[in-house]
Design a protein around this ligand. Structure first.
Ligand code: ADP
Ligand code: MG
Length: 223
C-alpha cells in the first residue's frame, strides 16, 4: 500500500506551527544570549564563542528562510510553464552540489515539453528540497534519477540510492521540525508538501526495489 506523506490538516494548523517555531528558535537564541553575556563579562575566549554564535545564527537563518515559503499560503503567480524546462533548470542548479559528493543527476523525461500551471519559484523549491534530501541521504557516490511521466498521469519522481526511509518513520515525514540530521531544520518536506497541496498535487514516498527511496509527486487533475 502507498504511504502518503500528506497527512491531516493538524500539521498545517498555524497555532501548532507557531508554537514549534518559537521553540526551535528559542534554543539558539538562548545560547546566543549566553555567549554575549560571557563576552560582556570580559571572558577572553571570543574566537570560540564567535564560531558557535555564528552557527546558532545560521540555524535561525535556515529556519526563517524555509518558513518564508509557507508565509505565502497560495500560489499567486500561477502561470503556464514548461515543466520539462523547469526541471532541467533545477538539475543544472543542483549539479554542482551533487558533484561535490560524487553524485550524478540522471534525467529521464518522456517528452520535451509539458505545460503546467504552476508558481515557478515555488515549484523549483519543491524539486530543490527533494534533490537536496536525496544528496544528503546518499552522502557519497551514486546516481539520483529524476523521471517525468506525462502519458497517463503526470508524475515526477526523485529517486536516490540512500538508506531509504524506515517504515515507521514514513508518517513522520513532513511534520514540522522532524529531522534525523545533525544540521537539519526538518522543514523542507513540510514546505514541499504545502506547496504541492497548493498546486493540487501530492507527495508519496516509496521504497525502491534494490536500495533507496522514491519521492513521487503526482497530480490529480491536469488541465
Ligand atoms: P531536513 O532535510 O532538514 O532533515 P526534511 O523535511 O527535508 O528536513 O526531511 C525530514 C527527514 O526526512 C530527514 O531528516 C530524513 O530523516 C528524512 N528524509 C527525507 N528525504 C529522505 C531521503 N531521500 N532518504 C532518506 N530519508 C529522507
Ligand atoms: Mg531537507
Amino acid at each position: 500500500t502507498e504511504n502518503l506523506l500528506i497527512q491531516s490538516e493538524k500539521l498545517s494548523s498555524a497555532g501548532q506551527l507557531a508554537a514549534s517555531v518559537a521553540h526551535e528558535i528559542r534554543n539558539p537564541l538562548t545560547s546566543l544570549k549566553g555567549f554575549l553575556q560571557l563576552m560582556e563579562a570580559g571572558m577572553d575566549n571570543s574566537g570560540t564563542y564567535l564560531k558557535i554564535m555564528k552557527e546558532e545564527i545560521e540555524k535561525i537563518e535556515a529556519i526563517s528562510k524555509e518558513l518564508l515559503f509557507i508565509a505565502k499560503p497560495s500560489p499567486n503567480e500561477l502561470k503556464r510553464e514548461n515543466l520539462i524546462e523547469l526541471v532541467g533548470e533545477v538539475c543544472l542548479l543542483m549539479n554542482s552540489q551533487a558533484r561535490m559528493h560524487d553524485i550524478r543527476l540522471k534525467k529521464k523525461f518522456d517528452c520535451e515539453e509539458f505545460m503546467l500551471n504552476c508558481d515557478r519559484s515555488q515549484f523549483k523549491q519543491v524539486l530543490i528540497n527533494l534533490i537536496k534530501n536525496a544528496i544528503e541521504a546518499m552522502e557519497e557516490n551514486g546516481t539520483i534519477e529524476i523521471h517525468i511521466h506525462t502519458k497517463e498521469q503526470l508524475l515526477i519522481e526523485v529517486m536516490d540510492e540512500g538508506p531509504g526511509v524506515p517504515e515507521e518513520m514514513k508518517e513522520k515525514l513532513g511534520e514540522p521540525f522532524y529531522t534525523t540530521k545533525q544540521n537539519g531544520t526538518g522543514l523542507g518536506l513540510m514546505v514541499t508538501k504545502q506547496i504541492l497541496k497548493n498546486h493540487g498535487a501530492k507527495l508519496e514516498v516509496k521504497d525502491r526495489e534494490i536500495k533507496g527511496s522514491n519521492f513521487r509527486i503526482s497530480f490529480k487533475d491536469l488541465d
